[in-house]
Structure formats: structure tokens, C-alpha cells
Design a binder for this molecule. Structure first.
Ligand code: 5GW
Ligand code: MN
Length: 285
């Protein structure tokens, strides 16, 4: 517990928002002391579940995803990788470090890609209630077409957290690609909303992730019955949820980046990066 004391009149960052108006911290490199956070987390002996979906050709992303997670994700802590897949035999047999475990979970395959993407909410809510609640304390729910490229640790954990989408961090509200049709359950009026959150990185305690995914799942089904599908599927519903259930922590775009967006000055770390995909090869629609 030896470190330089916090300086009330020398905030570590002044170029970016580090606290929302509802007092949720925004996590950037330089805002936290990992030694303190790790110490606190260790004392609680908690377990983190990382959920990822690899359906059909997306199993090809698992090798790099898991290898890099072993290097950068929650190092030194207990981790369960929950891999939802229609092809458990295609899950790479990688050796994981002590305290970490690979758990393949067989799921159905859906013919439409929009359905594959949206059904993640249903699967996560179902397994949260049936299984995750008994096995882990926190859930981190991410896309698989990604690789870890820098530290992602306990600084992200909180009751419920979302990540600022790398394509919209500087956008005005009106430019957010929220669902704008009032007959969708994901509808957000022009004068509401804080950030545009990425569908590919959210999480929290199992209880909170259960509520979030359940609510999104119900909204998706209600839309389906009305014959409407939100513009960005489950990402639209996640954004709607966060307007009215504010995240208790916000991850900066350091936590979901895409090198097509360059390397702006404010971005000190690229922790979780989109893997370029050959759309025609992996997305046999
Ligand atoms: C297939 C065709 C088009 C879009 C998505 C898929 C697809 C997605 C798939 O065939 N299998 C699959 O497991 N997924 C899961 O949904 C992956 O976990 C993937 O990361 C997630 C979201 O789809 P992405 O990553 O293609 O969406 P973007 O918005 O990151 O391009
Ligand atoms: Mn993706």
C-alpha cells in the first residue's frame, strides 16, 4: 500500500471526462492505481466469467481471442471462459493458467446473422439464472472477433458497466445511431442519452447482467411480435437500457478499439482490438 497520495488540486487527467453527472467513473489509463484495485479484489476471492459467442465460422476467432486473454485479461485472478458455440469440438484446446478454466456451452445455430447476434441476450440471461450465478461473481460479455492487446483487469468491474463505442466517442447526440422509430422498444428520443455504447463489451455482477440481458431479450421479442427489428439489433436495446438504468462504470474506447479509426492523441492504450475480418469468408449469409 505504498504509493503517491492523491492530489486534490492535481487531477491525473484533465483532457477527458473521468466522471459522469451520475457519479460513474469513466475508466482511462492514468485514472486508477491497479495495485490498490488488485489488492481489494484479491481479498474478496471473487471469480470473473468471460462470455463469448463463436457460432459457425466465428470459431476461427477463438484461438487468438483466448491466447491474448491469457496474456492480458484479469491476470492473477480467477477466470471462467464461457464459450457459447454450435461446434464445441472446434474450441481450441489451449492450456490455461492456474485458476482459469475453459467452459464450452453448446447452443443452437440460427440461420440469420441478426438472430445469432440478438440471441446472445437470451442465452446470457438464461445461463445467468441457471448457472453463472452459482459459479462467478462478475460477468464480462464480449464479441469474439477481437484480440486483447493490453491490460484489461479489475478496474473494469462494477455493478453494471458499458463501453463507449469507438466510432462515436466524439459524436453529438443526434449523430448516435440509436433506434429512432417510436414503434420499436429500443426507441430513444432525440433529446435523451449519454453515450453510444458498444454492443461488444458490457458486464457487471451476475444479478445486474441478468436484469440487463433479460430486459433486452424481452424488448427484442416484443419488437419481433410487432414485426420490427432495431437498427443495430441487441446493441440498440442495450443503448436503450442504459438510458434508463445508468451504468455504474463506463469504459473508455481504450476497451473497444478498431485500428481503422487510427491512433488519436487521447488514446494511451488499445486494450481490446477488432480483428479485421474477411466478411465474405466468415459471414456466409
Ligand atoms: C455472422 C454474420 C454476420 C454477422 C455476425 C455473424 C456471427 C456473429 C456469426 O456467424 N457467429 C457468431 O458467433 N457471431 C457472434 O456475434 C460473435 O461473437 C460476434 O463477435 C458477435 C457480433 O457479430 P460481429 O462481431 O460480426 O458484429 P460487428 O458489429 O462487430 O461486425
Ligand atoms: Mn465484432
Amino acid at each position: 500500500m505504498v504509493y503517491t497520495k492523491p492530489q486534490l488540486f492535481k487531477p491525473p487527467k484533465s483532457n477527458v471526462l473521468t466522471m459522469t453527472p451520475w457519479f460513474a467513473p469513466v475508466i482511462w489509463e492514468g485514472t486508477y492505481n491497479l495495485d490498490i484495485l488488485n489488492e481489494q479484489f484479491r481479498q474478496s476471492n471473487m471469480v470473473v466469467g468471460l462470455t463469448v459467442f463463436a457460432i459457425k465460422k466465428y470459431v476461427i476467432f477463438l484461438q487468438k481471442f483466448l491466447e491474448t486473454a491469457e496474456t492480458y485479461f484479469m491476470v492473477g485472478h480467477r477466470v471462467k471462459y464461457y464459450i457459447f458455440t454450435d461446434r464445441p469440438e472446434a474450441v481450441p484446446n489451449i492450456t490455461v493458467k492456474a485458476g482459469r478454466e475453459l467452459v464450452p456451452l453448446r447452443v443452437e445455430n440460427y440461420p440469420r446473422w441478426q438472430e445469432i447476434s440478438m440471441r446472445r441476450m437470451e442465452m446470457i440471461s438464461h445461463y445467468s439464472q441457471q448457472r453463472f450465478i452459482h459459479e462467478v461473481d462478475f460477468l464480462v460479455c464480449v464479441d469474439v472477433d477481437m484480440r486483447f492487446s493490453d491490460h484489461v483487469g479489475v478496474e473494469i468491474l462494477s455493478e453494471v458497466f458499458g463501453t463507449i463505442h469507438p466510432g462515436f466517442y466524439a459524436s453529438e447526440r443526434k449523430a448516435f445511431t440509436y433506434e429512432r422509430r417510436p414503434n420499436s422498444e429500443a426507441y430513444i428520443p432525440q433529446d435523451e442519452g449519454d453515450f453510444y455504447y458498444a454492443g461488444g463489451f458490457f458486464g457487471g455482477t451476475v444479478a445486474e447482467v441478468y436484469m440487463l440481458t433479460k430486459k433486452c431479450q424481452e424488448a427484442i421479442m416484443a419488437d419481433k411480435n410487432k414485426g420490427i427489428e432495431a437498427i443495430w439489433q441487441e446493441e440498440s436495446h442495450l443503448n436503450k437500457y442504459f438510458v434508463y438504468h445508468k451504468p455504474t462504470k463506463i469504459l473508455s474506447p481504450e476497451y473497444v478499439w478498431d485500428n481503422n479509426l487510427g491512433s488519436p492523441q487521447f488514446l494511451k492504450k488499445k486494450r481490446f482490438l477488432a480483428v479485421p475480418k474477411n466478411h465474405s469468408a466468415v459471414r456466409n449469409k
